[in-house]
Write a protein that binds this ligand. Structure first.
Ligand SMILES: Cc1cc2nc3c(=O)[nH]c(=O)nc-3n(C[C@H](O)[C@H](O)[C@H](O)COP(=O)(O)OP(=O)(O)OC[C@H]3O[C@@H](n4cnc5c(N)ncnc54)[C@H](O)[C@@H]3O)c2cc1C
Length: 213
């Protein structure tokens, strides 16, 4: 059961984080690198997974953060920075999640504040706009139910794809290595509608495990 004391203590860190995020959001939206950088402490880190840099990047300190902002703000144009859920506080560190958008993506981030200043910031990409993943209700069914003349079976479509992809139709992505990581990446790209081919030194998917065990 949540007590009045719990609520008061969770509200204080939440309010602190919300106002820090509001200031960050304003600075990012107006392209004010100096104002954004001044929200971080001297000892600070920003790890970006794709959203700002299209890469996995970590920068350190105010100079590193300013540098990353200068090279990415114009193309990404971040906005709608908003706290997600309540912040927590432990040993003087306030932390919590937030959501944001850029011109091409929706993202989720995590921040930790030390002495009211940004200490660690994580920004991740949850979705590319205008490219909704074929997941959940949009998921490819595999099987088409009902009586349809000249209906192709799942196997027909699979065989046609094997015949065409890489020959008549070129993939956007070639994944070298069809182990755990390669297969997961291939499945994810398929959901995003990005044609990809996985090549492996073994003849069949999963052979690296078959030959191991
Ligand atoms: C004995 C053992 C037990 C394990 N048990 C577990 C467990 O119980 N649970 C768990 O979560 N993890 C377990 N792991 C770890 C797990 O298997 C690995 O973390 C995981 O497979 C790594 O995935 P990956 O895609 O990075 O690499 P891999 O699965 O190794 O895939 C790499 C693929 O690249 C291919 N390849 C390599 N070089 C080339 C090339 N030049 N050209 C083309 N293809 C190439 C290989 O054939 C392979 O298919 C275990 C690992 C071992 C060795």
């Amino acid at each position: 059961m949540t007590t009045a004391v719990d609520e008061r203590t969770s509200r204080a860190p939440t309010q602190a984080l919300r106002s820090w995020l509001t200031e960050l959001g304003r600075a990012l939206e107006t392209g004010d690198v100096e104002a954004a950088t001044s929200l971080f402490g001297v000892d600070s880190y920003w790890r970006d997974l794709v959203t700002f840099t299209w890469n996995i990047t970590t920068v350190e300190g105010q100079a590193g953060i300013a540098d990353l902002l200068r090279t990415t703000l114009q193309q990404t144009r971040p906005h709608t920075v908003a706290i997600e859920g309540d912040a927590t506080e432990q040993d003087g560190i306030i932390e919590g999640w937030f959501t944001f958008e850029t011109v091409t993506a929706r993202g989720r981030g995590h921040v930790r504040l030390k002495d009211g200043k940004g200490w660690t910031l994580l920004t991740t990409n949850t979705e590319l706009k205008d490219n909704t993943a074929h997941a959940g209700p949009h998921r490819e069914k595999g099987v088409q139910h009902g009586a349809v003349r000249d209906r192709e079976t799942w196997l027909d479509r699979k065989t046609a794809e094997e015949r065409e992809l890489g020959y008549a139709r070129q993939p956007y992505v070639v994944i070298i290595g069809g182990g755990q990581g390669g297969i997961v990446l291939g499945a994810r790209l398929k959901r995003l509608g990005v044609p990809a081919i996985i090549v492996d030194k073994h003849p069949r998917p999963g052979d690296s495990w078959r030959s191991r065990y």
